[in-house]
Design a protein around this ligand. Structure first.
Ligand code: ADP
Ligand code: MG
Length: 567
């Protein structure tokens, strides 16, 4: 037989496995959801690859998932006849964790001292295949990549190393066998060799999976005969949730679908349904996650929703269906009239896809808008997590600019604790106030300490405190909100008391201007290239002087940003 190699897990993988072995997740049943999810993905991938590559020698006659239980040996096997993995794929996909943010997560977990805090953190982090080690003390994976001759056998107890070996007789696809922990044997709750228990878990977590999940009808307790001879049946209903009417589907079912498509372990914040009938029929089921992913602002991140055509999975991360600024939206779009052979390039040009995308965007924005009134706490969570991304839409999506402004919130001097919407700001505007005032900066405290704030504070005029890098960009591009223009208090003349200035005040101002004319021209000359002009100001109350940008100048933060980008 072929030699057995022993390899080490990557260090992050090793740490995660330790967490699994010591079983810190409260719900162990989820291991099965993860294995079935992977099997389903493998079947999707195989079907797609056979569309694209007609030469591929693969058997697609009876694609399915099978669950096999053996009470005597105390094993549970999840088998699929999908795409399978090569040796190198097993090493890179199973031996390492490519998932973005893993290192971050582990660091935070270390810092989270109290058990409650770490539980909460763990629940957010999907561990996928490694969840097997919550219930198994040894896992064996046998796989053969479709179209290749040799298979691979992988085995590990999760303690630092795994073995890998070439095998000759592996069937196409992947079989994962869990050798269940002895300590769970007596506990009915964790008896994962019980067919009743396993059927219940499949129904609960994986009912919507579009491939049949089969199990033997006989009970495992019947012995060997039952395993070999008894009939099998399909446990899941395979009903696409997006094609069913709303009142037929429970929230829990929606949430499980969300976890399958997003690989998130937490429930979504919001579920959004869309159905279009007529000449161009499609259904969509979209989700707003309850937390921003670690890679929300990384360049290489993936985005987009899953695309199905007539219930057939076509692709993950279909970026043509959602704009960049809504990259956190997850879900499924099922279109009736597309070809199964569509490629990403074709989709970008496709008029129907563009129409769907427009509808999806409007629906997401209107959902958030109604959340603002029906569930303000939920909206606040949404905005904290995703507001920074959504504001990019103010630049990118001119068509929906007003709708985006409408659902945006900003920190403001009105209430340090609570962000304000623009509508609320406008309602609080002073009589005669013409503009929505704002100041950009690197942090709230930097903005509040700014000398530009003094006059406005003294007069009780509210100022928006804009501290996200993107704020620098959109405030220049957006004309105003509902007819009221934005005005930076650091730029040009801020006219605070236009018509109130009476004759004496005017005379006084002119007198002062004359008194200081000499000083001002001396300052302007001495400071030379650094400033354009020195002038008297009514905007300061305690600081002696401040630097003001010209109306069209870049703000200091923006300048810094461009410099950082090398421009
Ligand atoms: P995720 O599913 O989030 O990518 P997992 O830990 O569940 O993370 O799986 C890691 C990777 O291993 C998968 O992305 C897939 O490429 C591969 N894999 C796992 N199970 C299977 C399987 N049954 N068939 C083929 N590939 C698999
Ligand atoms: Mg997975």
């Amino acid at each position: 037989s072929t030699p057995i190699e022993t390899l080490e897990f990557q260090s992050e993988a090793r740490q995660l496995l330790q967490l699994m072995i010591h079983s810190i997740y409260s719900n162990k049943d989820t291991f099965l959801r993860e294995l079935i999810s992977n099997a389903s993905d493998a079947l999707d991938k195989l079907r797609l690859e056979t569309f694209r590559d007609k030469e591929l020698e693969a058997d697609t006659s009876d694609l399915h998932v099978a669950i096999e239980l053996d009470a005597q040996a105390r094993t549970l096997t999840v088998r699929d006849n999908g795409i399978g993995m090569t040796r190198d794929e097993v090493v890179s996909l199973i031996g390492t964790i490519a998932k973005s943010g893993t290192a971050d997560f582990l660091r935070k977990l270390k810092q989270a001292q109290d058990a409650a805090g770490s539980q909460d953190l763990i629940g957010q982090f999907g561990v996928g295949f490694y969840a097997s080690f919550m219930v198994a003390d040894k896992v064996t994976l046998v796989t053969r990549r479709a179209g290749t001759a040799e298979g691979v056998r992988w085995e590990s107890d999760g303690e630092g190393t795994y073995t890998i070996q070439t095998v000759v007789d592996a069937p196409q696809g992947t079989a994962v066998t869990l050798h269940l922990k002895p300590e769970d044997a007596e506990d009915r709750l964790f008896d994962y060799t019980s067919p009743v228990k396993i059927r219940e878990i499949v129904k609960r977590y994986s009912d919507f999976i579009t491939w049949p999940i089969r199990m033997s009808k006989g009970s495992a307790a019947d012995g060997e005969d039952a395993a070999s001879e008894s009939e099998v049946d399909t446990v899941n209903s395979m009903k696409a949730l997006w094609a069913r009417s709303k009142d037929e589907v429970t929230d829990q079912e929606y949430h499980e679908l969300y976890k399958h498509v997003s690989h998130d372990w937490q429930d979504p914040l919001e579920t959004i349904r869309l159905q279009a009938e007529g000449t161009f029929e499609y259904q969509a089921l979209l989700f707003l996650p309850s937390r921003a992913p670690m890679d929300l602002f990384w360049r290489e991140r993936k985005r987009g929703v899953q695309l199905y055509v007539k219930r057939v999975f076509i692709m993950d991360d279909c970026e043509s269906l959602v704009p960049e600024y809504l990259r956190f939206v997850k879900g499924v779009v099922d279109a009736q009239d597309l070809s199964l052979n569509v490629s990403r390039e074709i989709l970008q040009q496709d008029r129907q896809i563009q129409l769907i995308r427009r509808r999806l965007v409007k629906k997401v924005l209107s959902t958030v808008k109604s959340m603002m009134t029906t569930d303000p706490d939920k909206y606040a969570t949404f905005w904290t997590e995703f507001g920074r991304a959504v504001k990019e839409g103010l630049l990118d999506d001119v068509e929906n600019r007003d709708a985006i402004l409408d659902i945006s919130s900003f920190a403001s001097t009105h209430d340090a604790e609570k962000p304000t919407t623009l509508r609320q700001y406008v309602e609080r505007m002073k009589d005669g106030q013409e503009y929505i005032y704002y100041l950009t900066g690197e942090s709230r405290s930097a903005v509040e300490k700014s000398p530009h704030m003094e006059a406005l504070r003294a007069r009780g005029v509210e100022v928006l405190v804009l501290t996200d890098p993107i704020d620098e960009m959109w405030v220049d591009a957006v004309a105003g909100f509902d007819g009221t223009q934005f005005q930076s208090i650091a730029k040009g003349q801020v006219d605070l008391d236009t018509d109130e200035e009476n004759e004496t005040a005017k005379a006084e101002r002119e007198q002062r201007q004359q008194d200081f004319a000499g000083l001002l021209s001396w300052l302007t000359e001495t400071l030379g290239d650094t400033v354009k002009e020195a002038r008297l100001s009514s905007r300061l109350t305690t600081s002696a002087a401040c630097i003001v940008g010209d109306t069209h100048d870049m703000t200091p933060t923006l300048e810094k940003m461009y410099r950082a980008m090398g421009q």
